[in-house]
Write a protein that binds this ligand. Structure first.
Ligand SMILES: *[C@@H]1O[C@H](CO)[C@@H](O)[C@H](O)[C@H]1NC(C)=O
Length: 924
């Protein structure tokens, strides 16, 4: 939306009905962006960069050399560094820039640890750098760097000679050319351009640029950087969220490139390469033998051209014969408006290795409080205290668990954050207490735009202290957002972040408690009257950087302030923050959702595609507005959306202010029961989600995963993005089409002979034994989900109103056996709230089943004292039904009852505490 003005509500509603989607003409195409035009043009002419002989310097962990552009003789500093864990870092900057060029800060979780290198010069002029059994081979002229994982070429940098680096220059050196004429020629006949024409001098947008009514002063002129990366061992590329597109990246030949530029795009188009709210410039190439990645660390507007192996991915996969590639390998061409070339090469070799290498650089979400993995109930807006209390009570009345109520912008006093509307919310602390006494939480929205009102303390502080982002002539920038006239704190300034963080302290923000968590929206930043609904690029930030240089980091810096605020407010509670804008590394501070989607089936389908991509880019904690933000879902869509939403890590229903109320009890009984059934299922799996998030923090392995993460050889599975894995334990294929009684489910192959795992339907324990497509019947309650044979997972099956009340509830272990009659799986538990787990106050245990016996093995010493115990053990896949089971604890054996059921048996009441060693043996 944004239907901004109340008086225009009717017009707005009309607009919502008439338009299916955003108007793309509000946003730039590559052709309307001068640096994208220029950088892309190199694809037809190539460039000429070479190492300068005699400039090589080698160090223990890196080497440096000078590069020259052979056309204009400008010189660049090249650095290649080895990092521990099979990664390299490659940087190119100007040797002597007119002024420093921006280098991204705060995205990495710390200084990457470098690894030792060995350097060898070959007779043909190549330079070979080895580190950890991997190598980089530098070719001097034309400049190219090839990266080998264990002797297999996985990433080739500048193999296409599309390196393009616009050095900073004085404007007077660059007399404007006959521009109109040139632009025509450029459009009509790009192919015959000479290489020289790629130079920025001739481009009419080089020194100033207009888009619609907006002017960009561009005082520093052209300063783009671009580079190509080929993935010779890959067949498909994925990554570079956020786009509402398929998991596998599509060719951009004949279309615009994928765009990375944080924007407030309402009712976004699906199957689109348009930019959205977040930008994470990491890409992966995957083939059966190797997965490799590239993290392009640049926070400026970025476009990425994708060359696929062949136009038709599926046929190329079928025809592909290893080692005899018929077409060039897939490649990505990153083009950024400013900054430097700073690329991290992640060598894999397996998908999870590459994801972990990326996590080693940019971090992971820390273990969230358990309640934040449970169900969130939101709407723009819950109108007043009565509304909040009554919605909460209705969930109890209808026995639907719910953990968190959300308040959107209308709770504030006129969109002044850190205040309340005193008429609608006269007693916020009582309202909050009412929720927390039920075990529930409250989340409130706090956006970065600040109302320009000299009766508002926050605005006065920012004005007096100079905390706002500035225009190029040094005034406070003023835009238009929810509060009307607004300014934007410059979170790049550490003093501003400290000030912002201090506002969350309970002696400042007295009308909340430390159980109230946070939603940071509109932080792209959204500026209703700005170019492309965001901030102008020639604004000035702390350190004298232009907004152009740092745009995609603005939301990230906002999050740093917010996260610090919540941590300082209560150092022993893990913060929960939801953000819309994000960049590489923002996963350390916040969960994300896919923004202002639409109540239609295609947006439901894209929720999975988008979150799968985000999960490979560090953002496991991802979800979509259940029901769709805009529009009114019918009963069937809402049911299916809940059923899908419970298998994404962040699970929240949310709706636009102009939509009809859609709490579950407002629908016919059947819909309410289907939703209740789905939400209860989510709650029963909370121990699995919680364990998966702990293991994400420990290892960097995503919580949800594409099939290829565990079935890297199965080419048919590469592009499947209507299914997902939860760790390697569940295979989820939600129903996401209208009116179907069957869905086709793909069971992946473990090898190239099409052998598959065993899979057990989680409702019926019916087995799937073969790989390939299977048509599965679904009624309105059915959520097609299978547990992998060979896995064990924890559940809790008692029904409560909120997850916080389940802490001492007993566990059920579900054991699904593989063909050898074996299974294993982990469980993690702690106090679900504090940082005590960082001091070892947790229980992390691995369960192993083999030869009819289940044992536990603690990972680390189990220090946390839990009152929970194991209530039930379900075993599926046994050849015979046992007569009973004996459980041995501390040398004492007790006999247990084993009850046979369809497809599984249930071992009743093992009764063992979570921190106690035991062995359970089936008797026959
Ligand atoms: C708190 O709960 C009580 C009891 O249900 C109710 O009467 C009261 O209105 C609630 N107060 C607020 C501020 O929500």
């Amino acid at each position: 939306m944004r239907c901004v003005l109340g008086v225009l509500a009717t017009l707005c509603a009309l607009f919502l009905i008439l338009s299916d989607a955003v108007d793309p003409s509000n946003f730039k195409t590559c052709d309307q962006s001068s640096f994208c035009r220029r950088s892309r043009k190199v694809q037809s002419s190539g460039s000429k960069y070479a190492l300068i002989p005699g400039t090589l310097n080698t160090y223990a962990d890196s080497l440096t050399a000078d590069l020259v552009n052979k056309e204009n003789h400008h010189q660049f500093a090249f650095k290649l560094e080895a990092l521990v864990g099979s990664s390299f870092r490659l940087q190119i900057d100007e040797k002597q820039p007119l002024k420093p060029r921006y280098r991204v800060e705060h995205a990495l979780k710390g200084q990457p640890q470098t690894g030792r290198i060995r350097v060898q010069r070959e007779t043909d002029g190549e330079i070979v750098i080895t580190s950890e059994g991997n190598k980089a081979v530098i070719h001097g002229d034309p400049f190219r760097v090839d990266f080998y994982e264990n002797d297999v070429l996985v990433v080739s940098v500048n193999a296409k000679n599309w390196l393009y680096f616009e050095h900073l220059r004085q404007k007077s050196q660059e007399p404007p050319a006959a521009q109109a004429e040139h632009e025509n020629q450029q459009e009509q006949d790009a192919a015959v351009e000479t290489p020289k024409a790629a130079d920025a001098i001739d481009d009419p947008g080089a020194w100033e640029e207009n888009f619609k009514s907006h002017h960009d002063a561009k005082p520093y002129g052209p300063e783009a950087v671009a580079l190509d990366f080929s993935f010779p061992a890959a067949e498909i590329l994925f990554g570079i969220p956020e786009h509402a597109d398929s998991f596998v990246l599509k060719s951009t030949s004949g279309t615009d490139p994928y765009r990375l530029y944080n924007l407030d795009v309402f009712e976004y188009i699906v199957d689109s390469k348009m930019a959205l709210y977040g930008s994470v410039p990491v890409i992966y190439g995957h083939g059966p033998q190797r997965t490799a990645g590239v993290y392009w660390q640049n926070a400026a507007e970025t476009w990425v051209d994708i060359q696929t192996a062949e136009t038709n991915v599926v046929s190329s996969l079928v025809n592909f014969v290893s080692g005899s590639r018929k077409s060039p390998p897939p490649a990505a061409h990153f083009m950024s408006e400013s900054g430097i070339v700073d690329a991290f090469i992640l060598l894999g070799p397996k998908p999870l290795d590459a994801f972990k290498q990326y996590a080693a650089l940019t971090g992971t979400h820390e273990l969230p409080q358990l309640f934040s993995l449970a169900y969130h109930q939101s709407r723009w807006n819950y109108n007043d205290e009565r509304d909040v209390t009554s919605v909460s009570a209705k969930f109890d009345e209808f026995n639907i668990p719910m953990d968190t109520m959300w308040l959107d912008i209308e709770y504030t006093d006129g969109k002044r954050y850190f205040t309340w509307d005193k008429f609608k919310f006269p007693q916020p602390l009582t309202m909050i207490k009412n929720l927390t006494e039920l075990g529930r939480h409250l989340v409130v929205i706090i956006d970065p735009h600040i109302k320009r009102d000299n009766g508002y303390f926050f605005h006065n502080d920012c004005t007096e202290r100079g905390y706002y982002v500035k225009t190029r002539d040094g005034n406070d920038y003023e835009g238009w957002c929810w509060p009307g006239a607004a300014s934007y704190p410059d979170f790049f300034n550490p003093v501003v972040r400290d000030y912002y963080a201090s506002q969350y302290a309970l002696d400042k923000f007295q009308t909340v408690t430390s159980d109230v968590m946070l939603w940071n929206d509109m932080n792209e930043p959204s500026v209703f009257n700005g170019p492309e609904i965001t901030a102008p690029k020639d604004l000035i930030h702390y350190g004298n950087w232009e907004h152009r240089d740092v745009h995609n980091l603005y939301g990230h810096m906002h999050l740093m302030g917010s996260f610090a605020g919540l941590q300082q407010r209560d150092p022993n509670q893990r913060p929960f923050i939801l953000t819309r804008a994000h960049f590489a590394g923002s996963q350390r501070y916040a969960a994300i959702w896919t923004g202002d989607n639409l109540a239609d089936w295609s947006h439901l389908q894209h929720s999975i595609k988008m979150c799968l991509t985000e999960a490979t880019a560090g953002f496991s904690f991802c979800g979509a507005d259940v029901g769709g933000f805009f529009g009114n879902p019918d009963a069937e869509l809402l049911e299916r959306w809940y059923q899908t939403g419970i298998f994404l890590p962040f699970f929240r229903a949310h709706a636009h202010i102009d939509t009809k109320r859609r709490e579950p009890w407002l629908f016919p009984e059947r819909t309410r029961l289907v939703i209740q059934n789905a939400v209860l299922k989510r709650y029963s799996y909370l121990p699995l989600w919680y364990t998966a998030f702990y293991e994400l923090e420990q290892t960097g392995e995503p919580v949800i995963r594409p099939l290829l993460a565990h079935y890297p050889l199965d080419k048919e599975g590469f592009a499947i993005d209507n299914q997902l894995l939860v760790q390697d334990r569940l295979l989820v294929r939600p129903v996401m089409q209208q009116g179907v009684s069957k869905v086709d489910v793909y069971f992946p192959a473990v090898d190239d002979k099409k052998n598959g795992d065993l899979w057990y339907d989680v409702d019926t324990y019916q087995r799937q034994e073969k790989s390939g497509y299977v048509s599965v019947s679904v009624d309105e309650y059915k959520i097609p989900v299978w547990q992998r044979g060979g896995s064990i997972l924890p559940k809790k099956e008692r029904q409560r109103r909120a997850s916080t009340l389940m802490i001492n509830d007993p566990y059920t272990l579900i054991i699904c056996l593989d063909r050898q009659g074996k299974a294993s799986g982990s469980l993690y538990l702690d106090d679900e709230k504090s940082y005590a787990y960082r001091q070892g106050q947790f229980i992390h245990v691995n369960y192993e089943f083999a030869n009819g016996q289940l044992v536990n093995r603690f990972i680390g010493k189990p220090k946390y004292k839990s009152d929970a115990w194991i209530e039930r053990i379900v075993i599926a896949g046994l050849e015979r039904v046992p007569s009973g089971a004996g459980i041995t604890v501390n040398g004492v054996t007790q006999q247990l009852e084993v009850l046979p059921h369809e497809g599984h048996v249930v071992v009743r009441k093992p009764g063992v505490k979570m921190d106690v060693d035991f062995a359970l043996k089936l008797n026959y």
